[in-house]
Design a protein around this ligand. Structure first.
Ligand SMILES: Nc1nc2[nH]cnc2c(=O)[nH]1
Ligand SMILES: [Zn+2]
Length: 530
């Protein structure tokens, strides 16, 4: 049961593109939903909130000066198994990068011990950075993907989880054997997740054909059919890099364009997330608009892999939904603040190159892409992304006071617009005091051990233990997870992914994986929160 709370303080959000609201507010949250919202703070608004029939037992949380509420960030494109590579590997273009860095790493996720460690880290790191909702690509392995879903669910992050569908043009050890085995493994994941969260409220599967070049025509067709049959969202990559586009042209000579490939196989729906879209032609944008699919703009990754600069203004002018993704590890960090900064600078560089200042995205537009825009693209615009009665309480408490010990220095003459901008351009996770998802406080510098769920506490203390050996650690990790999942079990049968049926996916060997000790930063973060 989640606590009922009346939140009082400065509230900043972008409920629609180009609208930035900065107001004092009184917000009543009952069973994770906003049931009362007054855009002022007076004795009267607090009294009214307290007398609301659903808020009789609510406690009141009043923000300190230089703190404000902001919607949780929504990262619409991130590859969870690529997190260990975040921050290196920028010497080659996309297709070579996949071969050299990405496929070798992802293929190692047949090892569930490794998956457990990496997925725990990526979830806790993104939560600390304020990502309350992420659309994850995992690897092609159903068991590891199920584990990612389970960890998101247990640790409290809202997430879409997609196992990659890929049955061609990939290394033999990291390629599904047939469209049938790919869909069968997807079905295993969907069945598992249906038990985990039948209403798909916190975690939902998402059909994930990796990108056109790694799927046969039969697999693309099967993915489109599967998504339609199960009413599932879809995510993939599109038009990211010139070499990739040329490859798609060669592989699908009958199709008019990259977009037409996806459209032909029923992969463009109102719940489709298309990452990148750097080089889309006008006709492709029109098709995407007509299908009401959305774009995940990934400016950090586009810069790192030198893919190009997407013109977001052109997409927005056309009426296409646009959001923001970190695209780790094409992007070097899962920090959405960095994605926002890069989106700002990319729009400015493009404006200069194309001699058109209209291309520049202003702060309110950037923040919209990172919050409500993300919710719209993921088909959850009515549930999260901004503060409104009826929406879920997915919120951050941002602290820019000197007590945050952050690099944001605020002066007396600074307006709230300036403070907001300083946080976006100078801030870091030290400013994220509280992370609320679905009405629960689950992360942030203020989050104490007593606030954390028992599983989060157990996993965190294990991660801070620098004495325990890697083998003991992985055994303990499994024990912890199993003790919290006695009603749910990982899909232990028919986990068809690399062509084999694994009766006991936990039993995979450790394969060259170097279990690194927790970083000192993680340890410090934990100590601060205890
Ligand atoms: N950035 C990026 N592009 C891709 N295209 C196909 N797979 C990938 C991936 O993992 N990252
Ligand atoms: Zn990607």
């Amino acid at each position: 049961m989640v606590e009922d709370i009346i939140f009082v303080g400065k509230l900043i959000h972008t409920p629609s593109l180009g609208t930035l609201e900065i107001e004092d507010a009184t917000v009543g949250v009952h069973q994770s939903k906003i049931v009362f919202l007054a855009k002022s703070v007076t004795d009267e608004t607090i009294r009214l909130a307290k007398s609301h029939h659903l808020l009789k037992n609510a406690r009141v949380q009043i923000l300190k000066p230089l703190q404000f509420f902001f919607p949780g960030f929504i990262d619409t494109h991130i590859h969870a198994p690529q997190y260990p590579n975040a921050g290196f590997g920028i010497d080659v273009p996309l297709l070579k990068w996949l071969e050299k860095y990405t496929f070798p790493l992802e293929s190692s996720f047949r090892n569930l011990d490794k998956a457990l460690e990496v997925y725990y880290r990526v979830i806790t790191r993104t939560l600390a950075y304020g990502t309350t909702f992420a659309s994850y690509f995992s690897s092609l392995h159903a068991p590891a993907s199920a584990l990612l879903a389970e960890l998101c669910f247990l640790l409290g992050q809202r997430a879409y989880i997609g196992k990659c569908n890929m049955d061609t043009l990939s290394p033999p050890h990291y390629c599904e054997k047939s469209p049938e085995s790919s869909i069968e493994a997807t079905n295993v994941l969907v069945s598992f997740m249906s038990k985990l969260d039948p209403e798909r409220k916190m975690v939902s599967p998402i059909v994930t054909p990796r990108f056109a070049p790694s799927c046969t025509k039969d697999l693309l067709q099967a993915c489109g059919n599967f998504a339609a049959a199960h009413d599932l969202p879809i995510q993939t990559h599109i038009s990211e890099n010139r070499g990739e586009i040329a490859l798609v042209r060669d592989l699908f000579p009958d199709r008019k364009s990259y977009t037409d490939v996806y459209d032909h196989y029923r992969l463009l729906t109102p719940k489709t997330v298309l990452a990148h879209g750097v080089y889309l032609e006008d006709e492709e944008i029109e098709t995407i608009l007509n299908r009401q699919s959305g774009i995940s703009h990934c400016p950090t990754s586009n810069a790192v892999i030198a893919s190009g600069m997407a013109n977001v203004r052109r997409l927005l002018d056309a009426g296409v939904k646009v959001s923001l993704g970190t695209d780790v590890s094409g992007g070097y960090t899962p920090n959405m603040l960095i994605a926002i900064r890069q989106a700002a600078l990319t729009s400015r560089s493009l404006a200069s190159v194309l001699k058109d200042t209209r291309i520049i995205l202003d702060l309110s537009e950037l923040l919209y892409l990172a919050t409500q825009g993300g919710a719209e693209v993921l088909g959850r615009g009515a549930e999260v992304g901004s503060f409104e009665e009826g929406k879920n309480w997915d919120a951050l408490v941002i602290d820019v006071s000197p007590q945050s010990n952050s690099p944001v220095d605020v002066y007396e003459h600074d307006s709230w617009e300036h403070i907001l901008s300083k946080w976006i351009f100078n801030g870091d996770d030290r400013n994220i005091a509280q992370v609320w998802v679905n009405g629960k406080l689950i992360a942030g510098t203020d989050c104490k051990v007593e606030d954390m769920s028992p599983i989060a506490t157990s996993l965190a203390s294990l991660y801070m233990d620098s004495v325990i050996s890697p083998v003991q650690k992985s055994l303990r990790l499994r024990e912890i997870l199993e003790s919290f999942t006695n009603t749910i079990s990982l899909p232990v049968t028919q986990c068809v992914n690399d062509g084999k049926v694994h009766a006991e996916p936990w039993k995979h060997t450790n394969e060259n994986y170097d279990h690194k000790k927790s970083t000192s930063m993680e340890r410090k973060q934990f100590l601060r929160s205890t």
